[in-house]
Design a protein around this ligand. Structure first.
Ligand code: DUC
Ligand code: ZN
Ligand code: ZN
Length: 467
């Protein structure tokens, strides 16, 4: 089918232009001066008054992740359907190698969960829960044969996903050799576990102590250590995930100023939510916002600094770290002991809107909106130019965004498999209007036209940001 998206304003990293977009089958055929497209044999999609942007790419999700004695509540079916409603047309989820498990078995398990269930295209990073000779060899194979070109390590969660500095260094040296990216959960988990035990011994059991026992200093320290280890590994490409705090950002900025291959993402929860207002909500309510890294204090300048980091590109990407758990029966596992609350916030449906609100609030340009939610994730993780740009030959993953629309976020209307919303009642001065995935209109006029199983696995190349 040939579609002409007519009358809109196409936004890319280089600016906004009035243009029509011709879609032939699954790909973009041409970007045309307004009114110069074919008038016959095409179905016209009216984009007047709308922004026409490349579909969102959420580079950090955890569908069905077994964690904290339970599993993330969105399946690949429910989670990718919710993502589509919110203008995200690609996710990169984290396949998991548990400690003692064969890496390829972990990857196969993730393919089994996703295959035939996704509504949008998807790719995988690999979590390495055990760095040893076998998993180092597997890294080469995943890069060469499986289209998995990034590996997440944890400086937190001793006994679960944790790697020590020697293991991290070895994985970084391997990544330096094969061109892949090391993604780091940068928190000092050994020190955090001491603080957690001490807090519980004092009877400090409420959700807010999750945040208090994971202080900014321990994110900054781990971020600095990861950057130092990557330097020793001859400037191995390093990507800090879910960066939440000013001092960690300063370390990233200093490394980038020194010309290092260091990148970072933040997430909407750190841009909008706080330790006091959400995690510190009365009673057990704050459990809804237990995630790691934790929400930070509103009495410091984290949110101001994170928005600045997004403007300056010290923060390259906004991902969600979508890891939803229902309040009932899941978050409730931690009643009386915050350390048993499963860590995670769901937000895959709201990222495009929440970052757009930054444009409305004067914190980000339209171009940076598109870069941070789509173009840069595509480039960072080897999906560009198939994804992340409106250009001839690229997949026709396109969102029509209505700057005159309004979105009210609520559990009553969201599509994620969660019994609450982390952003309940938030009003966005904009709205996802129409979503195309590979040329197919999957969301329009508030109705869903997509289908489970239409999403395809994407083999990724190496990052475009490395030479
Ligand atoms: N942080 C979370 O909040 N959830 C899943 C894993 C992680 O690192
Ligand atoms: Zn993490
Ligand atoms: Zn994560």
């Amino acid at each position: 089918m040939t579609l002409l998206i007519a009358g809109g304003t196409v936004i890319g990293p280089t600016g906004a232009i009035a243009a029509d977009v011709l879609v032939d089958g699954e790909t973009i055929a041409a970007v045309l001066a307004p009114g110069t497209g074919p008038s016959e044999g095409v179905e016209v999609v009216d984009a007047s008054g709308k922004y026409v942007i490349p579909g969102g790419i959420d580079a950090h999700t955890h569908m069905e992740l077994p964690f904290g004695g339970t599993a993330a509540s969105d399946t690949f079916d429910t989670g990718t359907r919710a993502a589509a409603h919110g203008g995200t047309t690609t996710i990169i989820d984290f396949a998991v190698q548990r400690t003692g498990e064969v890496v390829h078995d972990g990857l196969a398990a993730w393919h089994a969960k996703a295959d035939g269930n996704c509504h949008i295209d998807y790719a995988f990073h690999m979590i390495l829960g055990g760095v040893d000779d076998d998993s180092l060899k597997a890294m080469d194979q995943l890069v060469a044969d499986e289209g998995v070109t990034s590996f997440k390590l944890f400086m937190a969660y001793p006994g679960v996903f944790y790697s020590d500095d020697g293991q991290i260094l070895r994985a970084m040296q391997k990544a330096r050799d094969n061109g892949s990216m090391i993604m780091m959960h940068a928190e000092n988990g050994i020190a955090i576990d001491v603080l957690v035990r001490q807090a519980l011994a004092r009877g400090e059991t409420d959700p807010i102590y999750h945040g208090i026992t994971r202080p900014e200093a321990l994110e900054a320290e781990a971020t600095h250590r990861a950057i130092a280890l990557a330097e020793v590994a001859q400037d191995c490409p390093l990507y800090i995930v879910h960066l939440s705090a000013s001092r960690a950002l300063e370390h990233v900025a200093a490394a980038r100023d020194a010309g290092r291959n260091v990148f970072a993402e933040t997430c909407p929860q750190y841009l909008y939510l706080t330790l006091e207002d959400q995690l510190g909500a009365p009673g057990f309510e704050g459990a809804k916002w237990v995630c790691s890294t934790p929400l930070r204090s509103k009495h410091e300048n984290h949110q101001r600094d994170l928005w600045r980091g997004l403007r300056s590109n010290d923060l390259a990407i906004v991902s969600t770290d979508h890891c939803p758990f229902c309040f009932k029966d899941q978050k409730e596992l931690g009643v009386g002991d915050f350390s048993k609350i499963p860590n995670g916030i769901g937000g895959v449906e709201h990222r495009v809107d929440l970052v757009y609100q930054g444009v409305v609030d004067g914190k980000l340009s339209l171009e940076r909106w598109v870069e941070t939610i789509s173009t840069t994730p595509a480039r960072m993780f080897g999906l560009y130019p198939k994804k992340g740009v409106i250009a001839p030959g690229s997949d026709a993953d396109i969102v029509l965004y209505d700057p005159n629309g309004r979105t009210r976020i609520s559990v009553e209307t969201h599509h994620m498999n969660m019994d609450h919303s982390a952003y309940e009642g938030y009003e966005i001065a904009g709205k996802v209007d129409t979503v195309l995935s590979r040329g197919e209109v999957i969301v329009s006029d508030g109705a869903y036209h997509g289908a489970k199983g239409r999403g395809r696995y994407l083999r990724r190349g190496l990052s475009s940001y490395l030479v």
